[in-house]
Design a protein around this ligand. Structure first.
Ligand SMILES: [Zn+2]
Length: 78
């Protein structure tokens, strides 16, 4: 069993595939998605792609979004 984050080489959090920083970024990504959903009709996939394009998006969040797209873990989480 891997003990490393699926994105970086840090130790992963228990109950997660991600380390503390990436897990935090992932939670934030989901939180922001809920806000977006209220304003615009966008699906999770499109949202991830949009997030990557935004210059203000933090590195951690971008890495999580890219990882989700690349692994096609793009089914709806909500
Ligand atoms: Zn990580």
């Amino acid at each position: 069993m891997r003990n490393k984050c699926s994105i970086c080489d840090r130790e992963k959090e228990s109950g997660s595939d991600l380390c503390y920083r990436h897990e935090k970024a992932y939670k934030n990504l989901k939180k922001v998605y809920i806000k977006w959903k209220k304003a615009v009709n966008i699906d999770w996939n499109e949202y991830l792609k949009e997030v990557i394009e935004i210059p203000e998006t933090g590195t951690w969040v971008k890495e999580v979004a890219l990882n989700l797209i690349n692994n096609q873990k793009t089914q709806t989480y909500l």
